[in-house]
Design a protein around this ligand. Structure first.
Ligand code: C2O
Ligand code: CU
Length: 511
């Protein structure tokens, strides 16, 4: 039940496969017949569905999540998707720093699965946030995840991470939001009138109502859903302040979100509070990323919450779409309490003030197949050997023609440079977009509190499953290197990636 996941044997990719991965080909059936957004708009508007909220009590949150196939109503018909407990998205889990999260995961699917708590600073070993756990069909597994007293507060999420099946399971609907809430952050006490979770995703159905294989799905044929719904209405009163916890739970999308006629006040990224609030016109979220924003109701009327076009690469642009409609009506709120942002913000420990112990250079590569530094993921190989508490600086290069969101487990990082240009990040993050055609990001991080495995990968989950993933092993320098790690192994790699674009043969124009 807990054997390491071995990579599935995936065939060599053809040009057509690569274009599909970029979303350039409309795989599966034509969308119009399967799901007609236009018709759904004409139907009576449905209010935004709020996922069930399960909160910890007395320091413990004890939940059972049943991964199962479920018939789900989307727009004007039913589709066969995968859900936790029959709900799309799964229940929102709310814990406080210092709590213990216990999840019994029951696998009622017909393929192996497991659970990852994306964004939590917790152990990646044993029965905590261990992606090498395998839960076979018909079996269950008991996770126990203690959350430190000093854990950062904000919006995270959970999803399957079993190598070889996880991408399809996320694409079919398996995801839920996981909030770490500070005890002094009760929404009412800080002037937030309403708290909402907006799980944003994109999937694709065929004519028979099934979810198509993620690897064959094209951006243009995907439907964009909020909490499993097509263009729901979100109600707000003039002057009302709502917090929206935006999570991109898709497998291969960059969702550029804008709200017509409104700015949003952003207070967190990836479950990490900002140093100070920032007024923004749009929020760009790649698969895996989160944003906590405050929205204030304006004049009565409706405004669209939109996805704006985003160029992923290889000429593939995520198309514009309407995600939801904000309807402002009713009596203006007379603020019960003035909005106090301070409890939502937190000073950033600036890692630029620290000496760097280790520098590493990595590249997300596609030449010869999806990999990191030209190597396909191998669960038996340690790629980076890291020491507990060392301050590290990683530069992640992207020589390919596609953007890739880089994600690492266990410890969020502070981005210091984008494409070599210094930036002043408002918070730490755990997932960041690396620009195509020679882009790079540099971040500083410290592997704190937990020894053991921390995997890193592209959060376009299809890419990770094809091999764009590696293993960092964090060891305590006071102890001998564990005997199962080859100390002369490839982990010392600091490859210098080629300058500029490395053409992927036959794909981005190079023959
Ligand atoms: Cu959201 Cu390694 O994953
Ligand atoms: Cu990628």
């Amino acid at each position: 039940m807990t054997t390491p996941a071995r990579p599935s044997n995936l065939p060599t990719l053809s040009r057509r496969d690569l274009l599909r991965l970029a979303g350039g080909l409309a795989g599966g059936a034509a969308l119009g017949s399967a799901l007609h957004p236009g018709r759904a708009h004409a139907a009576v508007a449905t209010p935004l569905h709020e996922p069930e909220v399960l909160r910890s009590r007395g320091g413990v949150l004890d939940v059972t999540l049943r991964a199962q196939e479920t018939s789900v109503q989307v727009g004007d018909r039913r589709y066969r998707m995968m859900t936790y407990n029959g709900q799309l998205p799964g229940p929102t889990l709310v814990v406080h720093p210092g709590d213990v999260l216990r999840v019994r995961l029951v696998n009622e699917l017909d393929a192996p699965t497991n659970l990852h708590t994306h964004g939590l600073h917790v152990s990646g070993e044993g029965n905590a946030d261990n992606v090498f756990v395998r839960v076979d069909p018909g079996e269950s597994f008991d996770y126990e995840i203690p959350i430190r007293h000093d854990h950062h507060t904000g919006t995270n999420w959970y999803h399957p991470h079993f190598h070889g099946t996880g991408a399809q399971q996320v694409f079919a609907g398996l995801a839920g939001v996981l909030v770490v809430e500070g005890r002094e952050q009760q929404p009412r006490s800080i002037g937030i009138d309403r708290d909402r979770v907006l799980a944003l995703t994109a999937t694709q159905f065929d004519d028979s109502g099934e979810v198509v294989p993620a690897l064959s799905s094209g951006q243009a044929a995907q439907v964009r859903l909020v909490n499993g719904q097509l263009d729901p209405t979100i109600d707000i009163r003039p002057g009302e302040v709502q917090r929206w916890r935006l999570v991109n739970t898709s497998v291969n999308n960059v969702i550029r979100v804008a709200l017509d006629g409104h700015t949003m006040t952003r207070v967190a990224a990836d479950g990490n509070p900002y140093r100070q609030a920032v007024e923004v016109d749009e929020v760009v979220l790649a698969s895996g990323q989160r944003a906590d924003v405050l929205v204030r109701g304006g004049d009565p009327g409706s405004s669209a919450l939109r996805v704006l076009p985003y160029d992923i690469g290889f000429g593939v642009v995520v198309p514009e779409a309407r995600l939801a409609t904000l309807v402002c009506s009713g009596r203006p709120t007379t603020a019960r309490r003035p909005l106090r942002l301070d409890p939502l913000l937190s000073p950033l420990e600036d890692l630029r003030d620290h000496a760097v112990d280790v520098r590493r250079e990595l590249a997300m590569t596609m030449a010869g197949g999806f990999g990191i530094d030209g190597k396909r993921f191998d669960p038996e190989r340690v790629d980076q050997l890291c020491e507990l508490d060392a301050v590290e600086e990683w530069t992640v290069h992207n020589p390919t023609g596609l953007v890739h969101p880089f994600h690492i487990h266990v410890n969020p990082f502070q981005v210091t440079h984008v494409n070599g240009i210094p930036v002043d990040s408002p918070s730490r993050e755990d997932t960041v977009i690396v620009d195509k055609n020679g882009g790079s990001i540099t971040f500083r991080t410290r592997f704190e509190d937990f020894t053991g495995t921390a995997i890193y990968h592209c959060h376009f989950v299809t890419h990770a499953e094809l091999g764009m993933m590696g293993i960092a092993e964090v060891v305590d320098p006071a102890l001998p290197v564990p005997t199962d790690i080859d100390p002369t192994g490839p982990w010392s790699c600091t490859i210098t990636p080629p300058e500029g674009t490395v053409p992927v043969p036959g794909v981005d124009g190079a023959v």
